[in-house]
Design a protein around this ligand. Sequence first.
Ligand code: MIC
Ligand code: SF4
Length: 755
Amino acid sequence: MTFDIDMIKKVYERYPERIAAARQITGKPLTLSEKILYTHLWEGNATQEHERGNSYVDFAPDRVAMQDATAQMALLQFMQAGKAKVAVPSTAHADHLIQARVGAEADLQEGINKNSEVFNFLSSVCDKYGIGFWKPGAGIIHQVVLENYAFPGGMMIGTDSHTVNAGGLGMVAIGVGGADAVDVMAGMPWELKMPKLIGIKLTGKMNGWTSAKDVILKVAGILTVKGGTGCIVEYFGEGAESLSATGKGTICNMGAEIGATTSTFGYDDSMKRYLTATGRQDVVDAADQIAEHLTGDPEVYANPEQYFDQLIEINLSELTPHLNGPFTPDLATPVAEFRAKAEANGWPIEVEWALIGSCTNSSYEDLSRAASIVEDAVAKGVKPKAILGINPGSEQVKFTAERDGFLDSFRKFENARIFTNACGPCIGQWDREGAEKGEKNSIIHSFNRNFAKRADGNPNTHAFVASPEMVAAVAISGRLDFNPITDTLTNEAGKQIKLDEPKGSELPARGFAVEDNGYQAPSEDGSKVQVAVDPNSDRLQLLEEFPAWDGKNINGARVLIKAFGKCTTDHISMAGPWLKYRGHLDNISNNMLIGAVNAYNMETNKVKNQLDGSYGEVPAVQRAYKAAGIPSIVVGDQNYGEGSSREHAAMEPRHLGVKAVLVKSFARIHETNLKKQGMLGLTFANESDYDKIQEDDIVNFLDLEDFAPGKQLTLEFIHTDGTKDIVIANHTYNNQQIEWFKAGSALNLIKQQEN
Ligand code: MIC
Ligand code: SF4
């Protein structure tokens, strides 16, 4: 039986009435996204229309998912909220902390040994508070969610930006920081600005080497890393229906890379097939009864330009494989154009490593299609050139792929390494031999992100994102510019051969199988369960309250850093080796902004200490300001905080005494995380003011005492020559969010309200 089937049935029972209310209020046909949003209002039936891109709305999500690297902080906060149990079904997944080194079994054991303190903590907190725990090796959060929990028309939040993957089964699934998850687990409303809507009409049908991944690689090229900010992307059309549910998951997953709030697809046969294959016929039966509500209205899809804020059309019949990168997921190049572009840009063409996996592309279908390429190459006597690493998405996928012989197909390929069912190299959990030498090189992978240093820590690794099929083909040829549609390879016998087009199975013909899926159910009554945190631990630290605002203007602040160019959450709070400190705020704060480029010297982790004029590492300089009682601000560029949901990127500056982050624009999750943690997240009213800010400036806030919704803030930057610039800052704080700021954090406010 499906987990929480009663909850799903309840959601479906209330659907018709809530949809009717939404129709009446809006007086128009509804998109799928609106249907899901309006059926999940905290207030129940809609009583007013919510303006897209403007109104803040309270929602009641159906469930919460967390992964180990973010769950630690989320649950440390939840422990402070004073609740006995979570208010909605919630799960935590151990997937981020296992390093890929030699192969699945040894790596998993090593991961468990190294992280036992954290895993024991998570296991016991989950047990206590009624949270399902998926043990290390069970799989990557988003694949496990798709296989077990996602359901058409549902709404969930998760403490990971790729929570959006569940859109593959027709959910509105949104990535958030841990503090947001705490709201929902504590039984409180969850607030989101009513998203705008981007419609993407898919026509035609994919063929040959094209894969679902290429849809989103193409979309990323069109919309760029910030084009989806504040929007839900809704896919529809005959092309959408022709894609598998896991293929839809891939597309929704990488919606995070265009900054979209989430992406989704209407309920269709592919979803029924997937739900049935994963043992959830009961969900299909329930969904079928309200099927018309689980997709957009026909009028919407017939005249989409009238109902979406932006419309894009992609013909799948014409779509060809893409390679996106390096260093940013939106630099999209169709395979046929790659050679010329790589030459022009000096990208290294030869690859040593090709990686298949991550929450984006590690389904049964993905592995079966990639395996078909490898089998074909082996049969044709081609010797592979690069090493192929594979991280299956879940134990269920791995077990079934093993049974059906795909993993053996990979093993026949000299140089293949099967790693644990976990994130692995996707988040820098990869002990890549020689990476420390920092040599210029290229890799290709089927993951979603390719920011500098992300996979192996080497800033000179050029990472390209492609479909699993293309990754396999490149692994065989050893060259990024290999176009399997047109190019040939020389086999062992010296003959020219062409690789066959990929073939695969959407779902296992003999059904999925698994012996131990790695799930641990929580205790019915967790009140006696002890959650122990060793006060001397360097991995876990109980949280202390952030101080409340003193009600005064901030004066005499220093500019800790003016970040130049791309500043993602990987730059603000690096993952890889730092993941081990995700449960220890003080220790992890030692990575604060160490990857950001200082606009004043174009170096990383080297900023001027205004106390003595020396240059030091960012965290050290900030600790010096904190010790001296001097406030500071961080200045940034466009789409600041792009990427991950990790709230550490907001909590670290908060903990170390940074007061405000002033940037040209924010990524959605990071902006909310700053607000939740009691920071000031501000944007330049005039972007060019960024250029006026100088390294030695003294910053005064002139009207913070009148902080109010919709009212700009005025900052004064006094330069060393005595001149000054007035900078006007915009903000998006509503009344409630200003209360968080005043209380010191959203959590402080929850606690005040509890008492
Ligand atoms: C990522 O892909 O960057 C991560 C690691 O999954 C993050 C979460 C984290 O930082 O723990 C994400 O995408 O939110
Ligand atoms: Fe894990 Fe990578 Fe997916 Fe993030 S993007 S959840 S690190 S597999």
